[in-house]
Design a protein around this ligand. Structure first.
Ligand code: CP
Length: 527
């Protein structure tokens, strides 16, 4: 079994460390064969099938990614098609799913997509597999993310890692790298939050002014992955301390994506992340600069006078792009990788599906419900207690309005209040008299919108049953949840009719399964 065949690469984590190291070993072998003009070895890498369809769909500009993939496909002697997106039926409001399903039907197996829409490859890899199956197509289509909005650029990450390894004597022991530039918009640096796990010990120095700083979720991810992270506001500030990385990875300022206020400060922002001649003597020996490119001809952050210096690592990095993409296509096509032995999977202990709702022991129906503060005890109904314990009263009030909507609780009966406990913490309580039968789906909704609360079922003036909620591991299949990232394929703004799926993070937040945006539980419902 070839474990690479038909695989999609939507985020860098889709390929494990071992799989990437295998890919890099093949890139090294191919580069050596090309350098030696060893035709036999080069031929052993080729798909060599004029009917094997590779489709390039670039909905954003590109030179390196598009051209290196195009040259890689030509190397393979495969059928390469470039969709002319300017005059496709995208312009008639056709969805991504319908568009790609159409061309899958024409015997195309690998899709390389660049789009502003985040999570598009992940979505299509699910959607189009179903299309292929229901139409009896003899393959599973693979999707390669060539850059999706501000999210990820996993094939750039492959070539960056390969180039770092070349300059690290192939050691994966440790890496110290400075990421410089527009860390806010730069999808290449966002892929590094998981990509750099390739090394056992990682130190990352983030150099960017506040306006272009790395989003908090990626910094958190780096720290969760065990990276040591430091932040600096400018190159100057960075060079005025003694612990300077020998690898600097620059990324292009994308000020055009920002508002007027930021544009007014463009010169000073650029200056803080642009390398200057006067800094040369402050660099440690054997420093190398890298850049995914393009660099701006009027405002290059790596000025052209550096091209002829030993600092130049970005040109080889760009050349490596084609070799990494040749090998990637060969692996996904199933031409390469037969000799790769995947690590044995360690089975995760199965968690009970219903861990998010637990009956509190001892709720035997004998205890009297204690609803106080002037409200007459209810005879039959539900009481949701301990809502947002510890939040401010106004936050609790706001959230109780959301709970009412999510749980579709009748607004004309019962009530809610905020009370203060003995230790000074506030909590909310909602009560509704009447008969409420909460099914599995509704209880899951309650756990998602009101984790840590208690749900009391009141019968004959007594607590018949009491449950405690905690956040479900996954939330999906609800019509009223949505990723807050407007660029995400699952956001209503994209009109792609994609159901968001959220996956709980280790710190009790929710990551969108498509674009990776992290949400608090208060942010996932649309209401
Ligand atoms: N590095 C990179 O993605 O460059 P292009 O935008 O030219 O593809």
């Amino acid at each position: 079994m070839n474990s690479f065949k038909g695989r999609s690469l939507c985020i860098i984590d889709d390929f494990s460390k071992e799989e990437r190291l295998y890919l890099f070993s093949q890139v090294k072998r191919l580069k050596a064969a090309v350098a030696a003009d060893d035709r036999a070895v080069m031929d052993s890498f080729r798909i060599n099938d004029p009917d094997f369809g590779i489709y390039e769909v670039f909905l954003e500009d590109s030179t390196r990614t598009k051209e290196s993939f195009r040259n890689a496909a030509n190397f393979h002697h495969a059928k390469l098609t470039e969709m002319s997106t300017d005059n496709s039926s995208f312009n008639k409001g056709e969805s991504y799913a319908d568009t790609f399903n159409t061309v899958i039907g024409y015997n195309n197996r690998i899709f390389i997509i660049r789009s502003k829409v985040e999570g598009v490859c992940k979505y299509l890899s699910q959607e189009c597999s179903s299309y292929a199956a229901r139409n009896g197509l003899p393959f599973v289509p693979a999707f390669i993310n060539a850059g999706d909005g501000k999210h990820e650029h996993p094939t750039q990450e492959l070539l960056d890692e390969y180039t770092f390894l070349e300059d690290n004597e192939w050691s994966t022991e440790s890496l110290h790298v400075a990421l410089v530039g527009d860390l806010y918009h730069g999808r290449t640096v966002h892929s590094k939050a998981d990509g750099l796990k390739l090394w056992n010990k990682v130190r990352v120095d983030l150099i960017a002014p506040e306006e272009l700083a790395m989003p908090e979720s990626y910094v958190t991810k780096m720290k969760d992955n065990g990276f040591e992270v430091r932040t600096f506001g400018s190159i100057e500030e960075y060079l005025n301390q003694s612990d300077i990385a020998k690898k600097w990875y620059f990324t292009r300022p994308q000020l055009e994506r920002m508002g007027e206020k930021i544009l007014a400060k463009a010169d000073s922002l650029r200056s803080s992340i642009t390398f200057r001649k006067e800094f040369m003597d402050m660099l440690p020996e054997n420093t190398k600069f890298y850049h995914p490119l393009p660099r701006h001809k009027e405002h290059p952050t790596i000025p052209t006078f550096l091209d002829e210096t030993p600092l130049n690592g970005w040109e080889r990095q760009s050349i490596n792009g084609m070799y990494c993409r040749i090998v990637l296509l060969g692996l996904v096509a199933g031409k390469l990788g037969d000799d790769f032995i995947p690590a044995a999977k360690t089975e995760e202990p199965k968690k009970p599906e219903d861990q998010w709702i637990k009956e509190v022991p001892g709720s035997t129906g004998t205890k009297k419900e204690e609803i106080s503060e002037g409200v007459k005890p209810i005879r039959d109904g539900i009481v949701i207690d301990h809502i947002c314990k510890g939040d401010t009263p106004s936050e609790i009030r706001r959230h109780m309005t959301l709970i009412r909507k999510v749980m579709n609780l009748d607004d004309f009966k019962g009530g809610e209040w905020v009370s203060e406990s003995a230790n000074g913490q506030f909590k909310g309580l909602i009560f509704r008299p009447g008969t409420y039968t909460l099914d599995h789906k509704q209880v899951k909704r309650l756990a998602a919108v009101a984790p840590g609360c208690t749900l009391n079922i009141i019968e004959n003036g007594k607590v018949a049953r009491k449950f405690r909620t905690s956040l479900p591991p996954r939330i999906y299949n609800f019509d009223d949840i949505m990723c807050i990232n407007e660029a995400c394929i699952s956001n209503d703004k994209q009109s792609e009719n994609v159901q968001t799926m959220f996956i709980k993070t280790h710190d009790n937040r929710y990551r969108c399964a498509y674009c990776g945006r992290v949400h608090t539980f208060k942010e996932i419902f649309k209401h």
